[in-house]
Design a protein around this ligand. Structure first.
Ligand SMILES: Nc1ncnc2c1ncn2[C@@H]1O[C@H](COP(=O)(O)OP(=O)(O)OP(=O)(O)O)[C@@H](O)[C@H]1O
Ligand SMILES: [Mg+2]
Length: 235
């Protein structure tokens, strides 16, 4: 596809930004590592924006916040769709920033969305069902799954009081996360990193992955961000 003269003249026009998602169980170190990665990328001259889900600042985010703090009750399917809608609220923004050359670092995304809902083990809310409303969202270039078992996570100050911060939920969610390594496009998008090492060691393993992605988006001009596709096969 031809590149317009307008985009050639824009700053950083040769390449879009990369869309990197940090996933993992509670206390795995996602927020810590997003901060470190941002710092490293900025040191190298990249433009970076960070985002986190749920985004509790929007009207839908306020409802999600009330649910997570057990202030309001909601049916499993209803809250699931709200979490997804909360991501859709930001979809156009993500695409726009990426096209302007920003690296977007996203603290949790639809992986958490589907996995935590399915971890409730509601027989009418399968992982497949849970993934469906996110089909069509911007697809990450790379998803870093920070893997930490529940016992190790609890040593990091314990869980808080929020709805999903319970050992059983966490263990179910971890199993589902790891299962994604063998499912659909997630199997190629997601990389599992052992989050049980020091902050610096984990950061270095993450950087090895991110560096490859940054190189790829820089050397393949204007390869557009793709969208999350439907799962077509039952394993
Ligand atoms: N590699 C590590 N080793 C030991 N402690 C860590 C490591 N990474 C982060 N921590 C500590 O563990 C706690 C949780 O880290 P952080 O908030 O980054 O996790 P998180 O995955 O964002 O958690 P949450 O899901 O609750 O948002 C913090 O006190 C942080 O300093
Ligand atoms: Mg966090």
């Amino acid at each position: 596809m031809a590149v317009s003269s307008e985009s050639l003249n824009a700053s950083n026009a040769a390449s879009r930004g990369a869309f990197i998602v940090m996933e993992g169980m509670d206390r795995a170190g996602k927020t810590t590592q997003v901060g470190k990665l941002r710092h490293t990328l900025e040191e190298q001259g990249h433009k970076v924006k960070t985002i986190r889900f749920p985004d509790r600042t929007t009207p839908m985010g306020t409802m999600i916040d009330g649910y997570l703090q057990s202030k309001t009750e909601m049916a499993d399917h209803a809250i699931h769709l709200l979490f997804s809608a909360n991501r859709w609220e930001k979809a156009a923004w993500i695409k726009e920033q990426i096209s302007q050359g920003y690296m977007i670092l996203c603290d949790r995304y639809y992986y958490s969305g589907m996995v935590y809902s399915a971890a409730k083990k509601n027989p009418a809310l399968s992982l497949e069902w849970a993934r469906t409303p996110d089909v069509g969202l911007p697809r990450p270039d790379r998803v870093i799954f920070l893997d930490l078992n529940a016992a190790e996570a609890e040593k990091r100050g314990g869980y808080g009081e929020e709805k999903y911060e319970k050992r059983e939920m966490q263990e179910n969610a971890r199993e589902l996360f790891l299962g994604l390594a063998g499912r659909g496009e997630e199997s190629s998008d997601m990389v599992v990193i052992d989050a049980g090492h020091s902050v610096e060691q984990v950061a270095s393993a993450i950087w090895d992955e991110v560096m490859k992605v940054v190189k790829a988006v820089e050397t393949v001009p204007r390869r557009e961000l793709s969208v999350v596709g439907a799962w077509t096969q039952v394993p």
